[in-house]
Design a protein around this ligand. Structure first.
Ligand SMILES: [Zn+2]
Length: 247
């Protein structure tokens, strides 16, 4: 069977249209937890505790919005492996995955928030590994690949990955824009890297570093409930904006 990219797109679009409209499932991933404290701030505060507070508040704000359902990858001080976080996100039917962290840098004068997406290189490697798998049936939500030939399957996976990459970059840019309006950014704010936690092929994902725990001033802010609420509100607003809603 010969199939053009346009044909594959039509197939994708058909599958999407056949699905019933549903709410957006927002998966918020508080970094670290349990035996893994994450970064440790200059005063001794743990990253896992700061980001859990921010995540819970962002979840509360988003859950109050109609059409959003929030799922947390951890809802207590629990250790969760990176792969398990991705698995939980996919099991929840995630429309979006945001991993929330706080940085510690060797240079204590550096401060500011930054946002990461999965780099192209890492995405490509992932796609290769995925395409090589025998059973691709459950890889892309809503598309039954068992009905497709191997060549069609690999085109569909590639298209879904591109869509995901584009959506992830759009999400990251929206986060950088909303953060930049309200808090200092580290360098230009937007970066890409091969984070294992971002490797869900069919879920637009980003990772946000809410600030630097290695900077005395910013650590003090990140420890305070009022600043945690401020960051949470920014993240919630960016997610609403990503889905075309104005706050
Ligand atoms: Zn972290």
């Amino acid at each position: 069977m010969r199939l053009t990219a346009g044909g594959a797109l039509a197939l994708l679009a058909g599958s999407a249209a056949a699905r019933p409209r549903r709410e957006h499932v927002i998966v918020l991933d508080a970094g670290h937890g349990g035996i893994d404290p994450g970064a440790i701030g200059v005063s001794g505060v743990y990253e896992k505790d700061v980001v859990f507070a921010v995540t819970r508040e962002a979840a509360r704000l988003l859950d109050a919005q109609r059409g959003f359902k929030v799922v947390l990858t951890r809802d207590s001080d629990e250790f969760v492996a990176l792969r398990e976080r991705v698995r939980r996100a996919r099991a929840a039917g995630a429309s979006l995955f945001l991993s929330i962290h706080a940085d510690a840098l060797p240079n204590a004068s550096m401060r500011g928030a930054s946002v990461f997406t999965l780099s192209e290189k890492a995405s490509d490697k992932l796609a290769e590994a995925l395409a090589a798998r025998e059973n691709k049936v459950d890889l892309i939500a809503g598309i039954d690949l068992s009905q497709q030939s191997p060549e069609v399957s690999s085109i569909l996976i590639d298209l879904a990955r591109r869509q995901t990459t584009n959506d992830s970059i759009r999400l990251a840019r929206t986060l950088v824009r909303e953060l930049g309006r309200n808090v200092p950014l580290l360098r230009d704010g937007l970066h890409s890297a091969g984070f294992a936690v971002l490797k869900a092929p069919d879920v637009p994902s980003a990772l946000v570093e809410t600030g630097c725990l290695s900077n005395r001033q910013e650590e003090k802010l990140l420890r305070s409930p009022s600043y945690q609420r401020k960051i949470a509100a920014i993240l919630a607003r960016a997610i609403e904006a990503h889905f075309g809603r104005t706050a």
